[in-house]
Design a protein around this ligand. Structure first.
Ligand SMILES: Cc1cc2nc3c(=O)[nH]c(=O)nc-3n(C[C@H](O)[C@H](O)[C@H](O)COP(=O)(O)O)c2cc1C
Length: 142
């Protein structure tokens, strides 16, 4: 993959910071990263990619925001065989939204990179930023 897409939804910038760190990891691994808010993305960008990253914070009651949820529903139609890195920020929960998202992608036939999402409590700390960079580098290698 020459260009690696990182598509995210973020309300206060926490998941956005994670997306940017994933983009840095992709760039450090020698690939070009396209880091885009879901509002600026179109699923057609992803259809021909081997892999990509999707991020969104926990909203509702352990749910994706509606805009990302709709996007993910479209991704499910061609997710079979793709490698998807999932990430996002949460607060008071225990990561349930991410576990559900991982299952949803796996049920659509995707391989979730590392078998789990990369999550950060509120604003990502240095450790979480590093984990995001590593995720980006791993995604760049597929
Ligand atoms: C309307 C609303 C619903 C939320 N629902 C959850 C939730 O179900 N579980 C959770 O752990 N955090 C929940 N949060 C907290 C956010 O996930 C958290 O603040 C996160 O850091 C926001 O990241 P963002 O800036 O990338 O959107 C909610 C926040 C808001 C405003």
């Amino acid at each position: 993959m020459d260009e690696v897409y990182v598509i995210y939804w973020s309300s206060t910038g926490n998941t956005q910071a994670m997306a940017e760190a994933i983009g840095e990891g992709i760039a450090e691994a020698g690939k070009k990263a396209a880091v885009l808010e879901v509002a600026a993305a179109d699923v057609s960008m992803l259809e021909n990619q081997k892999g990509f990253a999707l991020g969104a914070s926990a909203m509702g009651a352990e749910e994706l925001d509606g805009e990302m949820d709709n996007f993910v529903t479209e991704v499910e139609t061609f997710a079979n065989g793709k490698t998807i890195a999932l990430f996002g920020s949460y607060d008071w929960g225990d990561g349930e939204w991410m576990r559900q998202w991982v299952s949803r992608m796996e049920e659509a036939g995707a391989v979730v990179l590392n078998g789990e999402g990369c999550i950060a409590n509120l604003a990502p700390d240095e450790e979480a930023i590093q984990a995001c960079k590593t995720l980006g580098a791993e995604l760049a290698k597929i």
